[in-house]
Design a protein. Structure first.
Length: 434
């Protein structure tokens, strides 16, 4: 065989092998592509709702379960940790670039730095008017940062004073509408051996609520908002007088004797077992109060926090609002799928949770759904609807370090280790809102 024929034969063999290899490669790619298309994508979501039997956490878990049943091609795996542990975990994960696809976060100074760092997906291009029109007017504004939407809300939360009518009647005390009446009720309840107010100051934030609302009633919401932005304003007399009143309540034994060793969960349990006459808390406790095992079911009313004589704050100035939501990791591989999940679980859990007492829905509901709520939830809804201004929890407005300092200072007031003068002096040294 000539050299030329041998070379031609070799070239032909090489060409055939090359074409075969290309076909195999294309076939492999096609098989892999089809496999990926047929396999469901899995999204992870983190939150702080651990207890799967709790009426507050159930709506979210039910919404995730229903999503998974209806959408086999996009599955959601949920992971949860208790409050303070969760705060630390999500911050660490975001800073390290290891955050899940979706996650629960508090608004204001808590989430702000992560938005600035570009860790969170802006949602404007993924949301149409059809979705936004399902929300109550104004609530989406709390989900914005620099005019961009970064989350969708589920609930509006407000704090109310929960009063056990049975214990008030037993003591011959009046449901308070003013601070003076609150102080008088405390004295009457104590005289009958009844704990007037239960607070879980071991976790610090429940006690913080007491100072914050007293300051709002004394100085007014606008002044408080200004002081949070410019802390030197805390030197003004109104904030010292608010601290004076908190200390006055402590000295008159308004609170449970073991307040500094009582956790949030302990506090709620004490109240629902009928062991205290009052509790100032967010409307999420409505689920516990209305639980079948609660000894105070049907015996509790929710009222606005009392006003202060000569104070500048009105009952319609509300502590709370849209204070949290669910966010999406900017680095998720499945952005549109994550947005679809976000819309579904926020709307679904909000509507169910509104009926169970988990929170007041940010999503519009049919009249038939509204009719299902208990009198207690109707009361908190009426308080919210009467609101002329709202200030969120101060520890979500202040920068992280300032928030911890504020809670510590309030705890020192509860423990009578700090004078009102020193309290406002140290508050005035904070850096101000994010």
């Amino acid at each position: 065989m000539s050299k030329m024929r041998i070379l031609l034969t070799l070239n032909l063999i090489i060409m055939v092998l090359s074409l075969t290899s290309c076909k195999i490669s294309v076939l492999k790619d096609s098989i892999q592509e089809n496999k990926e298309k047929n396999e469901p994508c899995t999204l992870t979501i983190w939150n702080q709702w651990v207890d799967r039997t709790d009426l507050v956490s159930n709506p979210l878990k039910n919404a995730i379960r229903e999503w998974n049943e209806k959408n086999p091609e996009v599955q959601v795996k949920e992971f949860s940790w208790n409050g303070e542990q969760y705060k630390s975990k999500i911050k660490t994960a975001l800073a390290a670039g290891d955050a899940p696809d979706l996650f629960y976060m508090w608004s204001g100074s808590f989430v702000g730095p992560f938005i600035d760092e570009g860790n969170i997906l802006p949602l404007d291009s993924y949301l149409d008017n059809e979705t936004l029109d399902k929300l109550f007017p104004g609530v989406i504004d709390s989900c914005k940062n620099n005019e961009k939407i970064y989350s969708l809300p589920a609930y509006r939360f407000i704090a109310s004073l929960y009063c056990n009518i049975e214990l008030f009647e037993k003591a011959g005390a009046k449901i308070p509408e003013s601070y003076d009446e609150l102080l008088e009720a405390v004295k009457r309840l104590r005289s009958k051996g009844i704990v007037p107010i239960v607070v879980g100051e071991k976790d610090r934030w429940p006690g913080m609520y007491w100072y914050d609302i007293l300051a709002m009633r004394q100085a007014g919401s606008t002044a408080c908002r200004n002081a949070l932005a410019v802390p030197s304003l805390f030197n003004e007399q109104d904030y010292k007088e608010a601290a004076d009143k908190l200390l006055q309540l402590v000295e008159n034994k308004a609170f449970n004797d073991d307040a500094l060793n009582t956790s949030f969960n302990d506090m709620v349990n004490e109240f629902t077992q009928g062991n205290a006459a009052m509790m100032y808390q967010g409307n999420w406790v409505g689920a516990n109060i209305e639980d079948p095992d609660s000894k105070v079911k049907g015996k509790v009313i929710a009222i606005p926090f009392p006003t202060i004589r000569n104070g500048k704050g009105a009952q319609t100035e509300i502590y709370g609002g849209v204070t949290d939501g669910y966010f999406i990791n900017v680095n998720t591989k499945y952005k549109q799928e994550a947005v679809n999940v976000l819309k579904y679980i926020c709307e679904k859990s909000a509507k169910e949770g509104n009926s169970s007492g988990a929170g007041l829905s940010c999503w519009k509901m049919d009249d038939s759904v509204k009719a299902q709520v208990s009198p207690l939830i109707k009361q908190t809804t009426q308080i919210m609807e009467s609101g002329t201004s709202f200030i969120s929890w101060w520890d979500t407005i202040l920068p992280a370090a300032d928030a911890e300092t504020h809670k510590d200072l309030v705890a020192e007031l509860f423990d009578r280790r700090l004078s009102p003068q020193e309290f406002v002096k140290r508050m005035a040294k904070l850096k101000g809102i994010y």
